[in-house]
Design a binder for this molecule. Structure first.
Ligand code: DQA
Length: 137
């Protein structure tokens, strides 16, 4: 099974960025624990701060991977283009968030990803990604 974890803007700063919300672990450190835990899965990781690169990556994997776990960061709340990309591919996408976006500012309650996603997982810290992998298994 081939799964891509795709992180959007500012998620490269995990570990340093607002640790009271997002925790103090870097994504790279967390990703190596995921690789160990799910050693039978072909697990890939890509992060970009650029909307078009996220769309290009969705196109690249969207007809040959079994699943995408997407944390589009703030693009979740703004990007019609990422929403359209998900609509246009075959691979199912699960939307994840580290924080509970519904308990935060109103603008975080809107998602252009969710209507096109297989499901949404939010608010469980980095464990949100574990839960998304479990749901693909
Ligand atoms: C986030 C929530 C978004 O609202 C925010 O812009 C992020 C991170 C999360 O994982 O909790 O960058 O997607």
């Amino acid at each position: 099974m081939k799964i891509l974890i795709l992180n959007g803007p500012n998620l490269n700063l995990l570990g340093k960025r607002e640790p009271e919300i997002y925790g103090s672990l870097t994504f790279e450190a967390y990703f190596s624990t995921l690789k160990e835990k799910y050693s039978t899965i072909d697990l890939h990781y890509f992060q970009s701060n650029i909307e078009g690169e996220i769309i290009d990556k969705l196109h690249e994997v969207g007809f040959n991977f079994d699943g995408v776990i997407l944390n589009a960061g703030a693009y979740t709340h703004t990007s019609v283009a990422i929403g359209d990309a998900i609509k246009g591919i075959e691979t199912p996408v699960i939307e994840v968030h580290i924080s509970n976006v519904h308990s935060r500012e109103d603008f975080r309650h809107i998602s252009y990803i969710a209507p096109n996603a297989k499901g949404v997982i939010a608010g469980f810290g980095l464990k949100s990604y574990d839960l998304a992998i479990e749901s693909f298994l």
